[in-house]
Design a binder for this molecule. Structure first.
Ligand code: 2AM
Ligand code: CA
Ligand code: CA
Ligand code: CA
Length: 269
């Protein structure tokens, strides 16, 4: 992707993200139509689909040769990441959107021939935009994010993970994971994968791990975390595939070996 094209796409994408976010904020008190998807706690609202529709129509009229991978059904059938592909989650953290009316994000990752070029994660209610262009650093609004602390000690790490790691599960022995949470300084669960990636990029969390996420949950976050020197992989340390669902670990490389080798691989089922 050439420099000028990327800047044009970035400015356009950023404008749409801010516009879509303002629309959500302006209507946050409206009654919601909530339905469920794979299970009773897997929620979706008309705001999720309306926001995705907004991006789809803008992208198709402005960049007709770009393709879209997205959660709510307006995307394309994409089986390879050639050309320019927008990977979009219109609302990441729908449960938070419905129950808390905060702590959710719009996530847009733009890839060209499989390479992550632009990442945007917008914390809508806080009006905070995390952004990155490959090779140009990552930002929290206008402020550049610092490289991650290379000397981070595992015992002083704060990890983002949900309770499913500590319950009986199909991936890893739960007692091993209980030992992990007892060893680190603390854990948090925000409920928006995109915001958890953003927190890792900001260095206010040192790692985030989850058992199953889709491409739109992580596409922008990978690019932003990468720009501050963080690594993203699956829970067992192998590379993630952006065309499939799977486990995800994104973290400060200083604690990667502790998490993957000392805990997850040792407890692997
Ligand atoms: P979503 O809100 O866009 O669905 C917290 O549960 C995180 O996991 C959110 O980022 C959420 O994204 C994501 N997630 C992925 N699959 C999910 C599912 N089946 N049910 C609920 N959340 C899911
Ligand atoms: Ca969802
Ligand atoms: Ca999501
Ligand atoms: Ca979503």
């Amino acid at each position: 992707m050439n420099w000028d094209d990327r800047e044009t796409i970035y400015q356009q994408a950023k404008g749409w993200v801010l516009e879509a976010g303002k629309e959500i904020r302006d209507n946050i008190s409206d009654p919601l139509t909530v339905t469920t998807k794979s299970n009773p706690n897997d929620l979706v609202t008309t705001m999720d689909s309306d926001t995705e529709y907004f991006f789809m129509t803008r992208i198709k009229e402005t960049f007709p040769d770009h393709r879209i991978i997205s959660e709510e059904g307006y995307g394309d059938e994409v089986s390879a990441l050639d050309g320019t592909v927008w990977i979009i989650d219109p609302i990441d953290g729908t449960m938070n959107f419905v129950h808390q009316k905060r702590n959710f994000a719009i996530s847009v990752g733009i890839y060209h021939d499989g390479i992550g070029e632009i990442g945007l994660i917008y914390d809508v209610m806080a009006d905070v935009l995390y952004s990155a262009k490959k090779g140009e650093g990552a930002y929290r609004n206008e402020k550049g994010l610092l490289p991650l602390n290379k000397h981070k000690h595992f015992k002083e790490a704060i990890l983002s993970l949900n309770h499913f790691w500590l319950c009986e599960n199909r991936l890893v022995n739960e007692t091993v994971m209980q030992n992990l949470v007892k060893t680190v300084r603390g854990t948090r669960t925000y409920g928006s994968a995109a915001l958890e990636f953003a927190a890792v990029a900001e260095g206010i969390m040192d790692g985030y791990m989850t058992m199953e996420l889709a491409p739109w949950d992580i596409a922008a976050g990978i690019i932003i975390v990468d720009e501050v020197g963080g690594n993203t992989m699956n829970a067992f340390g192998d590379s993630v595939n952006l065309l499939q669902k799977g486990s995800v670990l994104t973290c400060n490389p200083a604690i990667q070996e502790n998490i993957v080798e000392d805990y997850i691989k040792k407890g692997r089922k």
